[in-house]
Design a protein around this ligand. Structure first.
Ligand SMILES: [Mn+2]
Length: 287
């Protein structure tokens, strides 16, 4: 019964696809049980676009090396992506740290997907955006690779607990809830990390002489101004199910796609003044 409802919903979506000029997705983590593949597949069938960017950590090679996990649904995702090329979509893949093996193929094209370490995207209104995954800032932010490694391991443990927790929640028909997201929002040092990270990414964009930046990596979706730089983070398909889109007039928007069939559009290009606490980052506001 429920399955029929779902099919009907996705059929009705198929008839009128939403058009965007550009779409950016990151941190899908295919090859892990944590990838929210159902809403992803539904989203991938719901739009048309000229440019499609995958901003890193699409395939979790780290996790696959530890343990092979590749269900058919993950194949469907790859096939859906490749099929887009036939429809005239320009597809760019910016490898992240979990799929960094692909960084060796910088400048090459596979099945219509071109691989680049980073890219500059020019929007319809002329503004230029630096597109990168963002793990290159870990070392700057934490000043120690070890912390990053421990953090990464802890994150996997959190996701593992999260999965069990949500299985129980599903039993009681409670909606999905992200423990990792909750902790990240509560722990002050995590917030500090995020603030610093965002600051450094924005600074890199300014140094590159562009007006904005699109990144991923920290699984924290965001579209907001940091100083004079438009900072956009694609979020992820593990906890958040989000995407950044560019409309035909160059407007940038963050889409929340956690609940398929109910497109919530939480954030437009907004100027939120969230202060950056690290004094070293303050020059951002004063070029
Ligand atoms: Mn990453």
């Amino acid at each position: 019964m429920r399955r029929n409802d779902e099919r009907e919903r996705s059929n009705s979506r198929m008839k009128h696809k939403t058009r965007y000029r550009t779409i950016w997705l990151s941190d899908i983590h295919l090859g892990t049980k944590d990838c929210r593949v159902e809403p992803l597949l539904e989203f991938l069938s719901s739009f048309e676009c000229d440019h499609l960017y995958f901003v890193g950590d699409v395939i979790d090679v780290w996790s696959l090396r530890r343990k092979w996990y590749w269900p058919t649904s993950h194949n469907h995702v790859v096939r859906k992506i490749i099929k887009r090329d036939v429809k005239g979509t320009q597809i760019t893949f910016i490898p992240g740290n979990h799929d960094e093996v692909f960084r060796d193929y910088d400048g090459m094209t596979f099945g219509g997907v071109s691989v680049h370490k980073q890219a500059i995207h020019t929007c319809a209104d002329g503004k230029r955006l630096l597109v990168l995954h963002g793990d290159e800032f870990d070392a700057v932010v934490t000043n120690a690779k070890l912390i990053t490694a421990v953090g990464d391991w802890l994150y996997y443990v959190l996701l593992w607990i999260n999965r069990g927790l949500n299985q129980v929640r599903r039993l009681f028909r409670r909606p999905y809830w992200s423990l990792a997201g909750y902790i990240k929002n509560k722990v002050k040092s995590a917030l500090q990390f995020v603030n610093n990270y965002e600051g450094y990414v924005a600074r890199a964009a300014r140094e590159a002489g562009v007006q904005g930046v699109i990144c991923g990596h920290i699984h924290r979706p965001e579209v907001r101004m940091i100083g004079d730089i438009l900072y956009c983070n694609c979020g992820d398909w593990v906890e958040n199910c989000t995407a950044i889109v560019e409309h035909d007039d160059g407007r940038i928007e963050l889409l929340d796609l956690k609940h398929p069939g109910r497109h919530r559009k939480p954030t437009r290009e907004k100027a939120a003044p969230q202060p950056i606490s690290d004094p070293a980052l303050q020059p951002l506001g004063h070029p």
